[in-house]
Design a protein around this ligand. Structure first.
Ligand SMILES: [Fe+2]
Ligand SMILES: [Fe+2]
Length: 479
C-alpha cells in the first residue's frame, strides 16, 4: 500500500531514534535520486536534504518493503498521515506479518543494515553497468556492420566518442563491469562482448599501473632530495615532480586500442571463428592475420595513424618472453612490446578463458589468474607488476557473484575488496533463515572454515536462484 507521509513527521520519528525505509525511490523534481528505495534512514540529515530539495512528503510503500519503526523497534502504522504505534509482538498480526516473520527481526540490526546498503549499491551499479555495456555493444556492432557493408570503412570519430563515455564510466570506480559477472555474457555475441571486456579490464589495469607508477616515481624523487625538511614541503615537491607513465590523452588512445584490438576478425570467415573443433594449419594462419594483416589494413583504410592503437592491434598476440609458443607476429622481439600491449594481451587471455564459448565452458577467474601468474610472473619483473595490478583492479571475486567457503557454505560477494561476503546457506547448502553478519575474508583469517574454497567454481546468482534468500533474489529480479 502506498501512503504519502510528511517529511516533518518522518524527521520527528528519526530524531527520536526511530527508523524509516520508504520501499520506493524518492526523486527530486528534476529527476535526481534523493533516496533509494531500500535504504534504511537512521539520520535526520538525509531527510532534511530531501525537504530542502522542495519535497514536503514522500510515499511509503508498505506493500513492497516500506516501513517505519519507532525508537523501541515498534512498527509505526501509517493511517492518512496519522501515526499509530504497534508493539513489535502485535505487529506480527498486521498485514505485513508475512514479511516480518521471514526477516530475522522487526528492528533491523547494524549487520542487516550494512548488507542492505551494499545490496542497494550493487543493484544501482549493475543497472548503470548494464546500460553502458549495451551502449558500447551497439557501438561495436555498428562498426562491424559498417565494415562489412562498405568493405572496410567505419566511423572512427563515433567510436572515439562512444569509447570516451565508456572510459569515463570505467574510471569512476573499480571496474564496474565486474558487477555484471557473466550473467549477460552469452557466447552468441562473443566478439562484441570480448571487445568491451578487454577494454574494461585493460583500462582498469592500465589506470592502476599508471597511478602506482606515478606514486612510486614521485616518492623516489622526493626521497632523493636532501633539502626537503617539512612534510608540507615534501608534499609540494611531490606534486611538482609527479611523473605519470601515461598522460590522459594517451590513456584514452590505449583504451580505444583495447576496444578495437580484434577489429581485423571481421575479415576472418565466421565458420573459422566459430569452429567448434580444432583449427587446421591453414585456418590458424587465417585467424592470425586478424592482427598484423587485416587489422593493419583496416587502420590504413580509415586513415588511423595513432601509434598506440596500431601497436595494440598489430602485437596483442606477440610473445611476452623468449620463445613463448603460438605467438605472432614473429617480427618483433618480446623486449620491444610496449607495456600497454602486454596489458592488452593479458586482458585478452583472461577474458577468453573466463568466457563461455560455443566449444568450451567458462573457467573460474581464480584458476585463470593462477595460471597467468604461473606462466608469466617469473619471466620478467614488468609482467609481475602488471599481474599484481591485474589482481588488484579487476577483483577476482566480482560483487554479486557467489563463492564457496571451506566449510561448504555458500556466500554472496558484497564487495570484491577482501572479499566482503555474507553467507546465505548452511554447510549442506540449505538457505539460512536469518541474515548472518557479513565479514571480510582475509588471508590471515584464523577460522580456516571461513576461507574461500578455491577448488569449487564461483557461481552466478542465476545458477543457484532457487536457494537464494529473498533479499538477494530481489536484486536479481530488479537488474
Ligand atoms: Fe586477437
Ligand atoms: Fe581478443
Amino acid at each position: 500500500m502506498n501512503t504519502e507521509i510528511s517529511i516533518d513527521n518522518l524527521i520527528k520519528i528519526v530524531a527520536a531514534d526511530g527508523k524509516v525505509k520508504t520501499g520506493m525511490d524518492v526523486y527530486s523534481t528534476n529527476g535526481v535520486l534523493l533516496l533509494a528505495k531500500d535504504v534504511l534512514v537512521e539520520k535526520v540529515k538525509i531527510l532534511e536534504i530531501i525537504r530542502d530539495a522542495g519535497i514536503s512528503s514522500v510515499p511509503i510503500d508498505t506493500a513492497i518493503d516500506g516501513c517505519l519503526w519507532d525508537d523501541n523497534g515498534n512498527l509505526v502504522k501509517i493511517n492518512s498521515d496519522e501515526l499509530v504505534h504497534i508493539p513489535a509482538f502485535d505487529a506480527q498480526n498486521t498485514a505485513r506479518s508475512v514479511d516480518l516473520q521471514t526477516s530475522d527481526s522487526i528492528f533491523p540490526d547494524m549487520a542487516t543494515n550494512e548488507i542492505e546498503m551494499k545490496l542497494v549499491e550493487i543493484e544501482e551499479i549493475k543497472k548503470q553497468a548494464f546500460l553502458k555495456y549495451n551502449k558500447a555493444k551497439k557501438s561495436i556492432k555498428k562498426v562491424i556492420a559498417d565494415i562489412k557493408a562498405t568493405g572496410g570503412r567505419f566511423d572512427f570519430d563515433e567510436v572515439e566518442a562512444n569509447v570516451s563515455v565508456l572510459i569515463e564510466f570505467l574510471t569512476v570506480g573499480d571496474n564496474p563491469f565486474s558487477y555484471l559477472t557473466q550473467e549477460i555474457f552469452s557466447y552468441d555475441d562473443y566478439l562484441y562482448n570480448h571487445s568491451i571486456n578487454v577494454c574494461a579490464i585493460g583500462t582498469a589495469v592500465v589506470n592502476r599501473f599508471n597511478t602506482h607508477f606515478s606514486n612510486t616515481v614521485s616518492n623516489l624523487l622526493c626521497d632523493n632530495r636532501s633539502d626537503v625538511d617539512t612534510p608540507f614541503e615534501k608534499k609540494s615537491e611531490q606534486q611538482q615532480n609527479s611523473f605519470a607513465c601515461y598522460y590522459p590523452d594517451e590513456l584514452k588512445d590505449i583504451s580505444l586500442g583495447f576496444f578495437l584490438h580484434d577489429l581485423g576478425k571481421v575479415m576472418v570467415p565466421d565458420e573459422i571463428l566459430n569452429k567448434q573443433s580444432g583449427l587446421t594449419k591453414e585456418e590458424f594462419i587465417e585467424v592470425k592475420k586478424h592482427s598484423y594483416e587485416y587489422g593493419a589494413r583496416l587502420l590504413e583504410k580509415n586513415g588511423i595513424k595513432n601509434s598506440m592503437i596500431k601497436n595494440i592491434i598489430y602485437y596483442h598476440h606477440a610473445a611476452l618472453y623468449e620463445r613463448e609458443e603460438k605467438c605472432y607476429p614473429l617480427a618483433i622481439k618480446h623486449t620491444q612490446i610496449p607495456l600497454y600491449v602486454r596489458i592488452c594481451k593479458l586482458a585478452d587471455i583472461y577474458d577468453a578463458m573466463t568466457s563461455k564459448r560455443c566449444y568450451k565452458e567458462a573457467i573460474n577467474p581464480i584458476s585463470v589468474v593462477t595460471q597467468l601468474f604461473r606462466k608469466y610472473a617469473k619471466k620478467d619483473k614488468i609482467l609481475q607488476y602488471i599481474l599484481h595490478s591485474f589482481v588488484k583492479s579487476i577483483g577476482i571475486y566480482p560483487p554479486g557473484s557467489i563463492l564457496f567457503l571451506r566449510n561448504g557454505q555458500m556466500a554472496y560477494v558484497l564487495d570484491s575488496k577482501g572479499p566482503f561476503v555474507v553467507p546465505f546457506t548452511d554447510e549442506q547448502e540449505n538457505t539460512l533463515k536469518s541474515k548472518p553478519d557479513p565479514f571480510i575474508i582475509s588471508a590471515s583469517e584464523s577460522d580456516q572454515a571461513k576461507m574461500i574454497d578455491n577448488r569449487r567454481s564461483l557461481k552466478t546468482p542465476k545458477d543457484v536462484y532457487t536457494i537464494l534468500p529473498s533479499y538477494i533474489k530481489r536484486i536479481i529480479r530488479n537488474t
